[in-house]
Design a protein around this ligand. Structure first.
Ligand SMILES: C[S@@+](CC[C@H](N)C(=O)[O-])C[C@H]1O[C@@H](n2cnc3c(N)ncnc32)[C@H](O)[C@@H]1O
Length: 221
């Protein structure tokens, strides 16, 4: 199993209990940099391996480095549980999303799971002493490709409004991570009525969901 583990925004006390438990149980731990390594050192006996992902423009060289790194991760993941740990959350603007894609091409038999972390997107409010009380946008300079609607009591109505803005794929979820969790993929399967503890996730691109990947956002053609 290859775990993508979110380490939170930068304070070792902001790792989740689950992140620490899984981290400790993994035979090998990779991190993309010194900051992530520092965050997990209080919890592991063996030093994590720092994997370099240089920010260069040469596509061939990038491809070579990503393939080499993915091959190394896959080699360990074939033998047992491996953790790849990142700052914040592993599904938001994260190296893990692309790494997962490259690893699955090299070794389609390897299973993945992501452990959420406290993202800079939400944790910044605590340090800045601000609060978000209405809809808000998160940008990294690229076009908007995703949207999340909270309090999705009328999911189909919400989907219709998203479709007018060009969104094409939808997931509805209720009571996530609880023993009453519901996750429904695809507009045609989503009900008219939801309850307060619900979310509609919307995406502008086609989503591929294989049996092994419960949540694979990065596999577009
Ligand atoms: C590649 S993104 C990773 C985001 C991360 N996965 C998350 O969930 O927060 C890197 C960007 O996240 C933001 N970021 C992450 N941690 C931060 C922190 N502790 N303080 C401020 N910004 C942070 C910065 O804008 C940085 O350029």
């Amino acid at each position: 199993m290859l775990y993508g583990i979110g380490l939170g925004p930068g304070d070792p006390e902001l790792l989740t209990v689950k992140a620490v438990r899984i981290l400790k149980s993994c035979g090998k731990v990779f991190v993309p940099g010194e900051m992530a390594a520092d965050l997990i050192r209080p919890y592991v006996t063996e030093d994590p391996e720092i994997m370099d992902f240089p920010m260069i423009r040469d596509k061939e060289e990038l491809n070579r480095i990503w393939t080499e790194n993915a091959e190394k991760v896959a080699e360990y993941a074939r033998k047992g549980d491996v953790a790849f740990c990142l700052i914040g959350d592993p599904n938001f603007f994260s190296t893990f999303t692309h790494l997962k894609k490259v690893v699955s091409k090299i070794a389609p038999d390897i299973e993945f799971e992501t452990i959420p972390g406290i993202s800079s997107i939400t944790s910044c409010a605590a340090r800045m002493n601000v609060a978000v009380e209405s809809s808000f946008e998160v940008h990294d300079g690229s076009e908007i490709g995703y949207a999340i609607h909270l309090k999705a009591r009328k999911p189909q109505e919400i989907i219709r409004r998203f479709e007018e803005k060009g969104f094409k794929e939808f997931i509805f979820a209720e009571r996530l991570f609880s023993d009453r969790e519901v996750i429904i993929r695809g507009k045609e399967n989503i009900p008219e009525e939801g309850n307060y503890f619900s979310i509609v996730f919307a995406q502008k691109w086609r989503m591929q969901v294989s049996e092994r990947f419960r949540w694979m956002q990065d596999s577009y053609e």
